[in-house]
Design a protein around this ligand. Structure first.
Ligand code: ATP
Length: 203
């Protein structure tokens, strides 16, 4: 399999923006959030297990998991949240492993929002890249993009690792307080590094 980098950062830090810039330069990208989402769409590989564990009422007429209902259910019940995680986590693991096997590119970037929080992800990647910005910038971007209030964004941030925890886990950091142009020299430098590391790994 390809030399792999785990890309992470807090909500709204710019993970997707940064990942796409590496993708344009030849990196293979695996978005773990998108894979997790696909598991519970119609025909998704988690649907039967969710039906067994939670009952028909959590599967909508279209065959997808009823997200709003499940969210409300697990929000109110920690044991139910654990059961949902017990269904989803092994499937996320196997589906991402399968995607990694099939990936073609100079190296592989897994985009993992909660990478620092997950021992499993920390051991599955050779290198951790953190997209970092100030909390004020993070809040402003998410308020703008999602139409959320400051309090809503802060509540999500409170459930994630802190900025300091992410930076402590990082091998590489991209600073994203500025505009898109400010990203490019940082991307170029790391792309060259990752190409050489991928090559060394192969030799
Ligand atoms: P999430 O965790 O919420 O999925 P993310 O970390 O993937 O977010 P992005 O979606 O890349 O972050 O960026 C969040 C928002 O901020 C987007 O609307 C994006 O267009 C914008 N953004 C990111 N970086 C910059 C930048 N350098 N300049 C201007 N806007 C930016």
């Amino acid at each position: 399999t390809l030399f792999s980098i785990g890309l992470t950062g807090g909500i709204g830090s710019g993970k997707t923006t940064v990942a796409n810039l590496f993708g344009e330069r030849g990196a293979a990208l695996i978005d773990t959030d998108a894979i997790a989402h696909q598991l519970t769409t119609p025909g998704g590989v988690a649907i039967n297990a969710i039906r067994t564990a939670f009952g028909d009422s959590f599967i909508g007429a279209d065959g997808a998991m009823d997200r709003a209902r499940m969210r409300a259910h697990v929000f109110a019940d920690a044991a139910a949240r654990k059961r949902l995680e017990a269904v989803l986590h092994p499937l996320i693991r196997s589906e991402t492993a399968r995607a990694a096997q099939a990936a073609r590119g100079d190296y592989l970037i897994f985009v993992v929002p909660l990478l620092v929080e997950s021992q499993q992800w920390r051991t599955r990647t050779s290198r951790i890249l953190v997209v970092d910005c100030s909390e004020d910038v993070q809040i402003a971007r998410v308020m703008q993009r999602n139409g959320m209030t400051r309090a809503q964004v802060e509540a999500i941030m409170a459930a994630q690792a802190t900025r300091a925890e992410r930076l402590a886990a990082a091998d590489d950091v991209i600073e994203n307080n500025g505009d898109a142009a400010a990203l490019l020299p940082q991307i170029e430098r790391l792309h060259a590094l990752y190409l050489s590391m991928a090559k060394t790994n192969r030799d």
